[in-house]
Design a binder for this molecule. Structure first.
Ligand code: LLP
Length: 438
C-alpha cells in the first residue's frame, strides 16, 4: 500500500526521509503527499514493460489523466515520454499546459462537446476514440474544418462482466460507453467512419473496468476485439493496425491485496494477442494500454489531523470509536461511492496501546462521510494525532469536491528529502471567487 520511499520505522511515517510530523507542520493537513520517484518508476515500468514485451509491436502507454493530473505531473509525463489519455477539455488543457506532445494524446469521453472536439483536432491530438455515431459526424466535421485527416479508434464493448464494483465496471452490455460488438452497433460505427475520408480508422479500443486483478478479463477482451478486427479485414481487405486494451489494473489498498505489476500481466496479454493473431490470421497489431490507478494510486498518501474522538455504544453494548479527521468525503469520495476499503496508521508516534474498533470519519455534515468503515487502531488515539491513509493517489484528489465549502487539499511532491507543492491548497478566497454578489 505504501509507496517505495515511504517508511514506517519505529511507528513514525516518513516519505523520502521527511517525517510526517514535519510534512504536516510545513504544509498543513489534510494534504496529499506524492512520492515523485515512485510515480516516475511506476510510469517507466509500464513503458519499459510494454517495450520489452511487445518490441516493435509496442504501442503507447497512455496514462489515464482522470486518476490524477496537474500541470507538474503532465510535465513529468512529457519528460518520461509516455502518452496520456484525456477525457475532457479540462484534462486536455492540463496535458497541454504540461507540454505533452499532442501526438502522445488520446482523447476519450462518451459525450465530448463540439468545442472539445474542435480543440482536440486543432491542436493535432494523436487519436480520438469514438463513442457514438453523433461523435463520428462531429469529429469528421471538425477534421474537415481544419483540413486534416484525423486518426480515430472505436471504443467497443466486448460484453465482459469484470469482477469489480458495479459502478467502475464498464464493458458489459448495459453501459453508456462504446459500441456493442454483440448488438451490431460496432459494425454500424465502422461503416459510418468509412463514409468520411477525413477520418482514418486506426483500430479498436476497450476499457473493461477498474481495480481488476489478474489478466483474464483483458485476455477475453483481446479475443473479442481481434475477432472484430478480422471481420473488418474480411470486409475491407486491410487490417486495422492498433489495439488498445484500456486500463483497470488493480492496486493494494489494504493488507492482503497485491498491486498488479506490469510484469504480472503483460506476458499474458501478449500471449492472448499472439493467440488471437493465429486464430484470426491477423498480423500483430500495435498494442496500447491506459493504466491510471496502477501508476499513481500507490504513490500518494493522505495526511489528516485528528480533531475529536468519541466512544459510541453500538449493538450488543460494544463500543465503536469514532475518530474525526480534518478532511473526509470531500477528499476521499471512494468509500461513500464504492464501499472502497482503506487502511490507516497513526503517523507521528508509535503506540503500544491495545487496539480498538474504530471508524475513521471526516468533518462533513453527513453520516456517510466515512473514510474507513471499520479499522482496529490504537485505543489511545487522540486529538492532535496525525493519521495517514495510503494508496489515495488515484481518484482521491481528482474526485475531490468542495462539499460544505471545504477547501480542497494540496498535493505535495516529495523526492530525495525535499518537498514542494504542486497543487496548492484552496483557500476561502478560492471558494468565494465564483460567487456573484447581489
Ligand atoms: N481508460 C479508460 C477509457 C477509462 O475509462 C479509465 C477509467 C481508464 C483508462 C483508467 O482506469 P484505471 O487504470 O485507473 O483503473 N472513480 C473510480 C474509477 C473510474 C475509472 C473510470 N475509467 C474509482 O475511484 O475507483
Amino acid at each position: 500500500m505504501w509507496s517505495k520511499n515511504a517508511s514506517l520505522d519505529g511507528g513514525t511515517l516518513s516519505l523520502a526521509g521527511i517525517p510526517a510530523a514535519q510534512l504536516a507542520k510545513e504544509f498543513g493537513t489534510p494534504a496529499f503527499f506524492l512520492d515523485e520517484d515512485a510515480y516516475r518508476s511506476r510510469a517507466l515500468a509500464w513503458q519499459n514493460g510494454l517495450q520489452s514485451e511487445f518490441g516493435a509491436h509496442a504501442g503507447t502507454i497512455y496514462y489515464a489523466a482522470k486518476s490524477f493530473i496537474c500541470t507538474a505531473v503532465a510535465q513529468w509525463i512529457a519528460g518520461i515520454g509516455i502518452g496520456i489519455d484525456v477525457c475532457t477539455g479540462g484534462e486536455l488543457a492540463a496535458a497541454l499546459a504540461g507540454g505533452i506532445d499532442p501526438q502522445k494524446i488520446e482523447v476519450h469521453g462518451n459525450n465530448k462537446s463540439v468545442a472539445e472536439i474542435d480543440r482536440a483536432v486543432s491542436v493535432g491530438v494523436k487519436t480520438i476514440v469514438m463513442d457514438s455515431l453523433f461523435e463520428i459526424e462531429r469529429v469528421a466535421a471538425a477534421a474537415k474544418k481544419h483540413g486534416v485527416r484525423q486518426a480515430v479508434m472505436l471504443r467497443l464493448t466486448p460484453g465482459i462482466e469484470a469482477h469489480t464494483h458495479e459502478k467502475i465496471s464498464t464493458a458489459h452490455e448495459d453501459v453508456k460507453f462504446g459500441f456493442s460488438i454483440a448488438s451490431g452497433a460496432a459494425w454500424t460505427a465502422v461503416e459510418a467512419v468509412a463514409t468520411h475520408p477525413e477520418l482514418e480508422l486506426r483500430g479498436v479500443h476497450c476499457h473493461i473496468g477498474s481495480q481488476i486483478f489478474g489478466s483474464e478479463a483483458h485476455e477475453i477482451a483481446t479475443d473479442r476485439l481481434m475477432g472484430f478486427m478480422a471481420k473488418y479485414r474480411d470486409a475491407y481487405g486491410a487490417e486495422l493496425p492498433e489495439l488498445d486494451l484500456g486500463g483497470g489494473f488493480g492496486i493494494s489498498y489494504v493488507n492482503g491485496d497485491v498491486t498488479v505489476e506490469p510484469a504480472d500481466v503483460l506476458p499474458q496479454i501478449h500471449a492472448a494477442v499472439k493467440k488471437a493473431c493465429a486464430t484470426y490470421n491477423l498480423a500483430m497489431p500495435l498494442v496500447s494500454l491506459e493504466p491510471g490507478r496502477n501508476i499513481v494510486g500507490p504513490t500518494m498518501f493522505t495526511l489528516y489531523e485528528v480533531g475529536t474522538v468519541k466512544d459510541v455504544v453500538i449493538e450488543g453494548g460494544k463500543v465503536r470509536k469514532y475518530v474525526s479527521v480534518d478532511g473526509g468525503m470531500s477528499d476521499n469520495a471512494r468509500t461513500a461511492l464504492y464501499d472502497a476499503e482503506y487502511t490507516a496508521v497513526i503517523a507521528q508516534r508509535a503506540s503500544t496501546a491495545p487496539v480498538a474498533l474504530t471508524r475513521l470519519v471526516g468533518k462533513h455534515c453527513e453520516t456517510g462521510d466515512i473514510i474507513i468503515n471499520e479499522i482496529q487502531l490504537p485505543s489511545d488515539i487522540a486529538p492532535g494525532d496525525l493519521v495517514a491513509t495510503p494508496a489515495t493517489g488515484a481518484y482521491g484528489r481528482s474526485m475531490a469536491s468542495n462539499y460544505n465549502h471545504v477547501p480542497r487539499p494540496p498535493v505535495v511532491a516529495v523526492k530525495d528529502g525535499k518537498a514542494r507543492v504542486i497543487v496548492r491548497r484552496e483557500n476561502e478566497a478560492d471558494l468565494l471567487s465564483l460567487d456573484v454578489k447581489e
